[in-house]
Structure formats: C-alpha cells, structure tokens
Design a binder for this molecule. Structure first.
Ligand SMILES: O=c1ccn([C@@H]2O[C@H](COP(=O)(O)O)[C@@H](O)[C@H]2O)c(=O)[nH]1
Length: 244
C-alpha cells in the first residue's frame, strides 16, 4: 500500500510511537490504536530487540484493511554505501516513512534517496532528522556546533530538501519557520508533543498537539503521552479530538 501523505483527517496526523523491545506489548498497542491514530512508529528500541521479523509480526498481525501505515524510525547515520544498503534492506518491510540523520551529509542523503527509489515496491518517504528534540542551544555548543537550534535546523532542512528528501523531523519550536522556508509540500513530521500537563521527560523543545499543527506540522509523533497512559486508546482519542 502506498501511503498518501495528504492529510484527510485529524487522526491521520498522529503516529503513535511504540517504544518497547517486546513483541506482545507492541502488537497489543498497535492493534488497540489502529483505528484511532493514523500510523504506527517503530524505532530503535523495538528494532534492536526484535529485528525485521518483529516488525512483520506486529504489522502482519493486523488485517490489511485496518493495518495503519508504518513509520520505521531507525535514524540511519553512517557512510553513504552503508546507509544505502540499510535503506534497501528495509524496503521489503514496506514502510510509509523512513528516517536518516541529515547530519550524515549530502552524499549520504542522496545515496539514501537513490536506494529508496531502486525498487518495484512502493517507495517510502525519506525524512531527515534535523536537531533532536531532546537538545537545546547549550547542547549544540557542547558538541561543538556554535549555532542556535533554529539556525541549525533551518540549514539542515534546506540541505535535506536540496538532496531530494521528502521531508524532515523537527521540533514544534521550529516548525513555523521551517514551513515558511520549505513550502507547503515538504513533509514536517514533529515529535516533542506533549498535551497540556503531560510530563515532558527527556524532551526539551515541546508543544501541545493543537499548537504544533497550527504552527505547520503535517504529522505528530507521540509516544509516552499515549503508550504510558492508563488507557492508551482514550489518550489517543483525546489527542485526536484536540486536533478536530
Ligand atoms: O528529534 C526526535 C526524533 C525522534 N524522536 C522519537 O519520537 C518519539 C517521541 O516519543 P515521546 O515518548 O512522545 O517523547 C520517540 O520514539 C523518539 O525516538 C524524538 O523524540 N525526537
């Protein structure tokens, strides 16, 4: 199934981030949330624990008619040849979205774009991580990047677009500026989402779901506020309602 990234409903905007190394826990959450949110994000924690077979077990356990789009968030960052090979290896899982780190540079990004296109399978949308939502200006200084988060995100977003990526991962704090810079068709997938009163945890640049969409986010990545709730389905419904 090719994922249509045009936004048809509030629910379609929400990708629930299922961060667990356990198949049964992931499958249970995916099945409970399938008809409520627009997609499922599986990332490093699950992939390291369960690998491609685990992804198939979670996604393949749902009937095709109700199976939500898969966002495979592995944030690839390596030399171009290695990243291209990893992208090719992921294609049989038929993700709607894949992530790579924009800081891997232009050759790496172009190699990933080329690899994603060399298949008869539906082409996943490639998104570039700009500046992780767990970082702030001081963190960039500490790793030797003497620029603000906003300037760095703008620079990396421009580079990502020029290399042919379909969009980026950015925090809600930069989303308005990046929407203005990159235009309406560049996908802005936004983690760092916290409903009012939800614990922020390790995230440093956060916003409510409603505000993030109003600022220009296409999609929201939401993990703990849904998955750690006493009733994940009710938490997801409340978030979607806020977006109506
Ligand atoms: O900059 C980034 C890139 C990716 N993420 C991922 O999104 C979710 C967020 O989970 P919460 O529980 O809602 O904080 C998580 O899987 C991260 O790996 C991000 O947070 N920031």
């Amino acid at each position: 199934m090719t994922f249509d990234a045009s936004i048809g409903s509030a629910a379609q905007r929400v990708f629930v981030s299922i961060d667990t190394p356990e198949i049964e826990a992931a499958r249970g959450l995916a099945e409970r949330l399938a008809g409520i949110v627009g997609g499922v994000k599986l990332g490093l924690e699950f992939f390291v624990g369960q690998g491609p077979a685990g992804i198939r077990a979670v996604m393949g356990g749902m009937a095709a008619e109700v199976r939500p789009p898969l966002f495979l968030d592995l944030k690839l960052h390596d030399i171009p040849n290695t990243v291209a090979a990893a992208v090719r290896a992921m294609l049989p899982l038929q993700p709607a979205f894949l992530t790579i780190h924009t800081s891997g540079g232009p050759a790496m990004m172009r190699a990933a774009v080329e690899a994603a296109s060399m298949t008869d399978l539906p082409r996943p949308r490639l998104l570039g991580v700009t500046v992780l939502t767990s970082l702030d200006d001081d963190d960039l200084v500490s790793v030797g990047q003497g620029v603000s988060v906003l300037d760095q995100a703008r620079r990396l977003a421009e580079l990502a677009q020029s290399c042919g990526l379909d969009g980026i991962i950015c925090s809600p704090a930069e989303v308005a500026a990046l929407r203005a810079d990159r235009g309406p068709d560049f996908v802005l997938m936004v983690p760092g989402i916290r409903p009012t009163g939800a614990p922020v945890g390790d995230q440093k640049r956060v916003m409510t779901p409603r505000d993030a969409v109003d600022q220009g986010a296409d999609f929201l990545v939401i993990g703990r506020p849904i998955t750690q709730a006493a009733d994940p389905a009710a938490a997801a419904r409340a978030i979607v309602k806020e977006l109506l």
